[in-house]
Design a protein around this ligand. Structure first.
Ligand code: UD1
Length: 346
C-alpha cells in the first residue's frame, strides 16, 4: 500500500490534476481546501476520472487547530503537497496583508504540525516569479539564477516561503522538501472533467483566450507589442498542467522513498521552450480551428518581458520531462471551455 498524501488546495486547478496523478500512481489522497477559489464538485470530477473518491476536508490551512485534527483523523499521512494559497498578482498589490497572512500562516502551520504527526515530506508550489526578469545570460533560467526582489506581495510570499522551508530544515527538523518552481501552467485534463475555473474576469492568458473564443469576452487584449522579443510580445514557458501534476508524483517519491537525496531540493518545472503571447493565440486558432478576436493594447504593469526554463535538472535528477506539445495542450483548454458551456457553468 502506498503512502497517504495530504493535498492542500486539492480542489484547485493544479491541486485537482495532481490528486488524479497521485491516485493513478497508487497513493491515497486527503484533500484539504477552504473552497475560497474552487468548488466541491471538483471532487466528483476526480472520482469520475480515477474511480476513487479522495477524502475531502473543508478546512482552512490557516486554522492550526483544525489542521491538527485533520492529521489526527487520518493518522498515517506521510507527505504533503502544499498548493493552498492566494495567487492573483494584482489583488496581492491591493491586499498585501491578506496575501501575507494566508500564504505564510498556512505554511507555518503545516511545518509546525509535520514533526508532531510524523509527516516526512513536503512538496511546495513555488513559481518562476522568484527569478523576476532574468538577465539575458541567464536565459533559459536555471535554478542557480539569482533570486530578484519580488514585484508583488504574491511573489514575495513565494520567496519568503522558500526561505522558511530552508531555515526549518537547516534547523534539523526531521522533514525533507522539494520546492517546484512552476513556469506557466495551462490546459485541462483530457477527459474535460477537471480544469481551470477562474473567478470573474480571467487575469491569465489562456482562460481569457478560451472565453473570448466562446463569446463570453468580446476581445482579448495582447498586452504590449513593443517588447524586445522577435514579434514584440512577451515570452513565457507554458507547461501542460497534467505534465506538471506528474512532476509532483516524482517529487513525492523522491522525498519519501529516496534516503540519499538532499533535505531540500529545488527544480524548475517547465518545457524549456519560450513561446510568445502572439504564438499562443495563433497556436490556439490553428489547434482548434476557432478564431479569437484580439488586438494589441498597452503593456500590463509589472509584466516580465521574457522568461523560460532550463529544465535540465528536473529532466536528469528528478527524472521528469514535459511531454505534451502546445497545440494538444491548447486543445485540452478548449475542450474544457466547451464542457463548461455544456454544463451551463460558463
Ligand atoms: C503571472 C505572474 C506569476 C504567477 C502567475 C499566476 C507576473 C509577472 N507573473 O504570470 O508570478 O505565478 O501569474 O497566475 O505577474 N496576457 C495578455 N492578455 C491577457 C492576459 C495575459 O496579453 O488578457 C499576456 C501577459 O502579458 C503575459 C502572458 O500573456 O505576457 C501570460 O500572462 P499570465 O497568464 O497572466 O501569466 P504571467 O503574467 O506569466
Amino acid at each position: 500500500m502506498k503512502h497517504t498524501i495530504l493535498v492542500t488546495g486539492g480542489t484547485g486547478f493544479i491541486g485537482s490534476h495532481t490528486t488524479v496523478e497521485l491516485q493513478q500512481a497508487g497513493y491515497n489522497v486527503v484533500i484539504v481546501d477552504n473552497l475560497s477559489n474552487s468548488k466541491p464538485e471538483v471532487v466528483d470530477g476526480i472520482e469520475k476520472i480515477t474511480g476513487i473518491r479522495p477524502a475531502f476536508e473543508q478546512v482552512d490551512c490557516c486554522d492550526l487547530a483544525a489542521m491538527d485534527k485533520v492529521f489526527s483523523k487520518y493518522g498515517d499521512i506521510s507527505g504533503i503537497i502544499h498548493f493552498a494559497a492566494s495567487k492573483a498578482v494584482g489583488e496581492s498589490v491591493q491586499k498585501p496583508l491578506l496575501y501575507y497572512r494566508n500564504n505564510i500562516t498556512s505554511l507555518l502551520n503545516l511545518l509546525e504540525l509535520m514533526p508532531a504527526h510524523n509527516v516526512k515530506g513536503l512538496i511546495f508550489s513555488s513559481s518562476c516569479t522568484v527569478y523576476g526578469q532574468p538577465s539575458p545570460e541567464n536565459l533559459p533560467v536555471t535554478e542557480e539564477a539569482p533570486i530578484q526582489k519580488a514585484l508583488s506581495p504574491y511573489g514575495n510570499t513565494k520567496q519568503i516561503n522558500e526561505e522558511i522551508i530552508q531555515d526549518f530544515i537547516h534547523s534539523g527538523a526531521p522533514v525533507k522538501s522539494v520546492i517546484l518552481r512552476y513556469f506557466n501552467p495551462i490546459g485541462a485534463h483530457p477527459s474535460a472533467l477537471i480544469g481551470e475555473l477562474p473567478n470573474g474576469v480571467p487575469m491569465n492568458l489562456i482562460p481569457f483566450v478560451t472565453q473570448t473564443a466562446i463569446g463570453i469576452r468580446g476581445q482579448l487584449k495582447i498586452f504590449g507589442n513593443d517588447y524586445n522579443t522577435p514579434d514584440g510580445t512577451c515570452i513565457r514557458d507554458y507547461i501542460y498542467v497534467v505534465d506538471l501534476a506528474k512532476a509532483h508524483v516524482k517529487a513525492m517519491e523522491r522525498v519519501l522513498d529516496n534516503p540519499s537525496t538532499d533535505a531540500v531540493e529545488i527544480f524548475n518545472i517547465g518545457t524549456g521552450k519560450g513561446v510568445s503571447t502572439l504564438e499562443v493565440v495563433e497556436g490556439f486558432e490553428k489547434a482548434t480551428g476557432v478564431k479569437v478576436n484580439w488586438e494589441y493594447a498597452p503593456r500590463r504593469e509589472g509584466d516580465i518581458e521574457k522568461v523560460w526554463a532550463d529544465p535540465a535538472k528536473a529532466n536528469n535528477v528528478l527524472g521528469w520531462k514535459a511531454e505534451t506539445g502546445l497545440e494538444e495542450t491548447l486543445r485540452s483548454a478548449w475542450k474544457w471551455q466547451l464542457k463548461l458551456r455544456e454544463d451551463g457553468v460558463q
